[in-house]
Write a protein that binds this ligand. Structure first.
Ligand SMILES: Nc1ncnc2c1ncn2[C@@H]1O[C@H](COP(=O)(O)OP(=O)(O)O)[C@@H](O)[C@H]1O
Ligand SMILES: [Mg+2]
Length: 276
């Protein structure tokens, strides 16, 4: 069964794209999966890293798939990435922001466009990863992510955790009013710097996640802030061929994260089956 996972946080620059890209890499190299990354952020950073030839406005992209007047099948928007067994649906630059905006004015079916589009091609992949935008527009949130587990990517510190609180509140509101099936499969901490307060903030985060109505597993170890992570991403290379022990170890951490996320999703599905 194909799994779809969306990486989310309402804050920008916390590591959503970094996590999406490195988990995609571990999925193809260590898990032997065929993977599709859907770049749902008009900034197009996942596309820049994975399929740089296809960044910016495109004849076919997620923008044209979601466009209400000119919608094309998602299969037309799929592009081969620079890595074997990994395809990308480019965001389509500003067109994606415009398409999302235009969908606000139509009523029927606007929330389900992304979900339907993904369902059309899901049997071609083992894993589909959605790199979410910072701002959730109507077509990229609520029902469009129905039954798609979220993985929250968070930083530590007061401001970061305030932001996370806002995200968890949003998820709760979505669960209550529009999409009771929205679940958070796991949380990943990114960009940790070793300071005296780090342990304190990890405990705060752990407490917040455990006290949710549906407790969310916090994956460990957290990802440290390290220049090689940004450098590998900027050059479109995976951490496994980067050539340092630290990069190789981190690559393995992402592979282990994926194992834990898939486990958490399976547990959630089994729980839901038992409740029926
Ligand atoms: N752990 C990290 N260490 C060093 N740089 C990082 C780390 N995580 C992300 N970055 C860099 O920070 C910037 C923002 O990260 P990104 O993944 O694009 O965030 P988001 O998708 O949440 O906006 C990028 O330039 C990325 O390379
Ligand atoms: Mg991003």
């Amino acid at each position: 069964m194909t799994k779809t996972i969306a990486f989310a946080n309402q804050e920008g620059g916390v590591g959503k794209t970094t996590t999406t890209v490195n988990i995609a890499r571990a999925a193809i190299t260590d898990h032997g999966f065929k993977v599709l990354v859907v770049d749902a952020d008009p900034q197009g950073n996942a596309t820049k890293v994975l399929a740089p030839k296809h960044q910016g406005t495109q004849t076919c992209s997620l923008a044209t798939v979601l466009d209400k007047s000119n919608s094309s099948p998602i299969s037309d928007a799929i592009r081969a990435s620079e890595w074997a067994n990994l395809d990308v649906v480019p965001a389509g630059g500003d067109d994606l922001a415009n398409a999302a905006q235009s969908l606000v004015t139509i009523k029927a079916g606007r929330e389900s466009r992304l979900k339907k589009a993904i369902a059309d091609i899901s049997d071609q992949y083992d894993l589909i990863l959605i790199d979410c935008p910072r701002v959730w527009t109507s077509c990229l949130s609520t029902r469009s992510l129905q039954q798609t587990p979220l993985v929250v990517v968070a930083e530590l510190g007061q401001f970061a955790l305030d932001g996370l609180d806002r995200l968890l509140d949003t998820v709760e509101i979505i669960q209550q009013y529009t999409n009771p099936e929205l679940t958070i499969a796991a949380a990943i901490v990114n960009g940790v710097q070793k300071t005296k307060r780090m342990g304190h903030w990890m405990n705060e985060l752990q407490g917040a996640l455990i006290n949710l109505p549906a407790p969310v597993p916090l994956l460990s170890p957290p990802v440290q802030r390290a220049s090689f992570i940004a450098a590998a991403q900027e050059s479109g290379r995976g951490l496994d061929p980067w050539g340092t022990v630290k990069a190789r170890v981190l690559h393995q951490t992402y592979a282990d994260y994926l194992t834990s996320i898939l486990h958490s999703i399976d547990n959630g599905e089994n729980r839901n089956d038992a409740e029926v």
